[in-house]
Design a binder for this molecule. Structure first.
Ligand code: SAM
Length: 201
């Protein structure tokens, strides 16, 4: 790994995210995710929601043994991610797919994953989970970001702006279902915007 190329690419990604209002993971949540992944030591990671490839690259750097597949539906973000991955010389570690993860043919992903990181449309987490959890074996873990939705998950629904209510209701339901899911051991971390960690029994 060329550390200089990687460091300058990470800085360029942060600047791109700032200028284009791309919601990449914040430092605190990223550090917590990396700490948990370093303990788990996954070799194959799937990410749903690459944006411009920032968290995929941070995972690839933090876990030198891992390869990452990541899916993004927005064309411009996908193209920026491809550029950044190339600029950092990480094409052999990160494979990015331009697709809607809910319609994506999982046959193009070769086999199962040790970890899945869900960081895409917040109202669709249950659907992502149902589609992709088949790709996780016993002992594998699904990480879900933004489980607090900037605090809106905790407040009475009437105080949530109307346009966000379906998303908040969906996320609450998903969180409650996962905390009681008989096939998963689930822990909710309050770090960052709330990281839920679901390990398959
Ligand atoms: C919060 S951003 C991801 C940030 C990224 N994980 C990071 O921290 O660098 C969420 C991304 O998910 C993408 N997204 C939302 N729904 C999606 C779907 N159904 N399939 C693929 N990508 C999706 C959005 O276009 C957006 O770029």
């Amino acid at each position: 790994m060329n550390h200089e190329a990687v460091d300058s690419t990470l800085s360029a990604m942060k600047e791109n995210a700032r200028l284009n209002h791309v919601p990449i993971m914040e430092d605190e949540g990223m550090a917590q995710l990396l700490q948990l992944l370093e303990q788990q030591k996954p070799v194959r990671i799937l990410e749903i929601g690459s944006a411009i490839g920032y968290s995929a690259m941070r995972m690839a750097i933090g876990l030198p043994e891992a390869v990452i597949d990541t899916v993004e539906r927005d064309e411009k973000r996908y193209e920026d991610a491809v550029q950044f991955i190339r600029q950092a010389g990480m094409e052999d570690r990160i494979r990015i797919f331009h697709a809607d993860a809910l319609e994506f043919d999982t046959e193009s992903l070769s086999g199962s994953y040790d970890a899945i990181f869900i960081d895409a449309a917040k109202g669709q987490y249950e659907r992502f989970f149902e589609k992709y959890e088949k790709l996780i074996d016993s002992g594998g873990t699904i990480y879900c970001d933004n489980m607090h939705l900037n605090g809106s998950i905790e407040i009475p629904i009437e105080q949530v702006p109307k346009r966000n209510r379906t998303m908040v209701r969906n996320l609450r339901k998903f969180r409650a279902n996962m905390l009681e899911h008989p096939a998963y051991h689930t822990v909710l971390h309050d770090t960052g915007d709330g990281l839920m960690v679901c390990t398959k029994k």
